[in-house]
Ligand binder design. Structure first.
Ligand SMILES: Nc1ncnc2c1ncn2[C@@H]1O[C@H](COP(=O)(O)OP(=O)(O)O)[C@@H](O)[C@H]1O
Ligand SMILES: [Mg+2]
Length: 250
């Protein structure tokens, strides 16, 4: 039984079809990469899965339950957490308080929330930042805090929307190490939207490509990188350059 099944999902915004008949399944323990050009509909797909947007058509099944009509807080309570592409931690709270907000979904006890938050921060090497205000931190650390807050909700599935965007190469390595830790050691299933193609290809068990709202490819990272339709739609010269040349050519 798949952890997540998206069946024929359609999402319209007025006359714009942002997600067009998208279907895929995700097994427990997988790390799935979701890629596609800007405006392809990746964030919209996350918003539909996470209950932020009502879907136009189709069905979403999570952990054996139809969650299609559920609202975001109800979806989160079932163990589906997400981070936002646009940075969403509260800058006027400390790092510890931010993570406690996530923990309060599972406990009403302030003491328990604090203990759990501190354990998560230690696990992600963020203990030193715990008393700092989020707004005072570098962007890379802020992104780590959004992941820590999501972990506070004890997710089975974590949706990460471009957490490496805008970071320098060293920071990207750190955040990818955290993602691998969350996936591999904490056993959280992950869907990763990432603009830095090489990261997705290197980290994902499987990759789905969407373009203009449609799923155009799905497979192992190597297979997808060689798919002519994918190269045409998205990867093109940019991936060839980023990968040091040749990689995307058959
Ligand atoms: N809340 C919204 N209202 C109207 N149009 C939207 C909304 N969110 C996204 N869109 C449109 O849907 C399309 C897909 O956007 P998005 O899912 O953000 O793409 P991606 O994350 O792949 O860059 C774009 O044309 C975008 O302008
Ligand atoms: Mg997006």
């Amino acid at each position: 039984m798949a952890l997540l099944a998206v069946e024929n999902l359609v999402k319209d915004f007025g006359g714009l079809r942002a997600n067009d008949d998208i279907s895929f399944t995700l097994e427990k323990g997988e790390l799935l990469g979701l890629i596609g050009p800007n405006g392809a509909g990746k964030t919209t797909l996350f918003n539909c899965i996470a209950g932020k947007h009502p879907v136009t058509a189709g069905r979403i099944v999570f952990d054996d339950e139809d969650i299609t009509a559920l609202k975001a807080p109800e979806v989160a309570r079932r163990g589906l957490a997400r981070t936002f592409q646009v940075y969403a931690a509260a800058g006027d709270l400390t790092v510890r308080e931010n993570v406690m907000v996530g923990c309060f979904m599972r406990t009403a006890s302030r003491r328990k929330a604090r203990e759990r938050a501190d354990a998560i921060l230690e696990d992600l090497n963020l203990t030193a930042a715990a008393p700092q205000y989020v707004s005072e931190l570098p962007v890379a650390a802020q992104k780590q805090v959004t992941m820590a807050t999501a972990l506070g909700t004890r997710p089975k599935l974590l949706l990460l929307d471009e957490v490496a965007a805008g970071l320098n190469p060293g920071e990207i390595e750190e955040i990818m190490a955290s993602i691998r830790h969350i996936h591999h050691d904490l056993g959280v299933t992950v869907i990763l939207i990432e603009h830095v193609m090489e990261l997705v290809m290197r980290t994902s068990d499987r990759v789905i490509v969407i373009d203009s709202g449609r799923k155009i490819a799905e497979g192992l990272p190597d297979e997808v990188a060689r798919d002519p339709q994918v190269i045409k739609a998205y990867l093109g010269d940019r991936y060839v350059q980023e990968a040091g040349g040749g990689e995307a050519h058959p």
